[in-house]
Design a protein around this ligand. Structure first.
Ligand SMILES: Nc1ncnc2c1ncn2[C@@H]1O[C@H](COP(=O)(O)OP(=O)(O)OP(=O)(O)O)[C@@H](O)[C@H]1O
Ligand SMILES: [Mg+2]
Length: 262
């Protein structure tokens, strides 16, 4: 006697549920990835399945507000997220904070300190997360670091070479906020302006408020220069958080569908 069920019975039985077909979140198509320059030795960009999305913008431009909304939207859609940002490496961030407080380093050393913080996060957080298919949301990337250094007279070629280790993101959104609105948002948040984000080390003006506006205008100029080499999507950050978020979601939605930034 055969142990297998008669054919007629097998065809009538309920088909087994295929778990892979129940996943409601479509996996985004892979995007070809590349490093800007020499990259990190031994890492093949083709092995990076996740998406790297960067939100750039001055202090108080609304990056955290936007990222928080994006994270809850994307997680709600089922995408696993990893967040990174400047001065968040476990390797040097406390020392970097200390160096800034004391204003003790030369411009080149401070620049290299920031580059170390970036490289550590790239190697130990960003690349492994992308390899595992996570979406990485970066609160600032190499462009802020480059713009700050350029305003302080550092050489563009040297900086491009230094940040040749960086991976080209799938999208970079630059929140452009006019200096007057930036001042308001910073006061609303901290009731003060930051020494470095006001460029006080440059001696532009003894008045911090004036210095902030002059410094931010110079940073915007450098972002415009960097835009010739690096692709950014400029987003009008003067609008309400809701309107900005709607635009970001629409743009990221397209990347998730098509794999590419417009
Ligand atoms: N679109 C917006 N319109 C009005 N206010 C905003 C908008 N976006 C953010 N804010 C407010 O501006 C302040 C700064 O926003 P947020 O902390 O998101 O900026 P940030 O760029 O992350 O700042 P930081 O550089 O300090 O990290 C907060 O008080 C926030 O509530
Ligand atoms: Mg923030």
């Amino acid at each position: 006697m055969s142990r297998t069920a008669p054919k007629s019975k097998r065809t009538r039985s309920k088909p087994r549920r295929d778990a892979s077909k129940e996943v409601s979140v479509p996996l985004p198509p892979p995007t070809p990835k590349r490093f800007y320059g020499h990259g990190i030795p031994g890492v093949d960009p083709a092995s990076l399945a996740g998406k790297l999305i960067v939100v750039e913008g001055a202090d108080g431009s609304g990056r955290s507000t936007q990222i928080a909304r994006l994270v809850s939207w994307l997680e709600g859609e089922g995408h696993p997220i990893v967040q990174v940002g400047l001065k968040r490496s476990t390797l040097v961030s406390p020392e970097l904070e200390q160096a800034k407080k004391g204003n003790i380093l030369s411009r080149t050393t401070l620049s290299l300190f920031y580059a170390t913080d970036f490289a550590d996060q790239l190697e130990n957080v960003i690349l492994p997360a992308l390899k595992a298919g996570f979406m990485v949301l970066a609160d600032r990337y190499i462009y802020t670091l480059m713009a700050r250094d350029l305003v302080r007279g550092m050489d563009l070629k040297w900086l491009k070479n230094l940040y040749g280790i960086a991976l080209e993101p799938d999208a970079v959104f630059y929140l452009q906020v006019s200096p007057e609105i930036l001042v308001q948002r910073n006061f609303m948040k901290n009731q003060a302006l930051d020494y470095w984000e006001s460029g006080m080390d440059l001696g532009l003006s003894r008045d911090m408020f004036e210095s902030f506006k002059l410094y931010q205008a110079r940073i915007i100029e450098k972002f415009q220069l960097l835009q010739k080499t690096y692709r950014f999507t400029i987003v009008n950050g003067d609008r309400s958080a809701e309107e900005i978020n709607r635009e970001l979601r629409a743009r990221i939605g397209k990347i998730l569908l098509r794999g590419k930034q417009d």
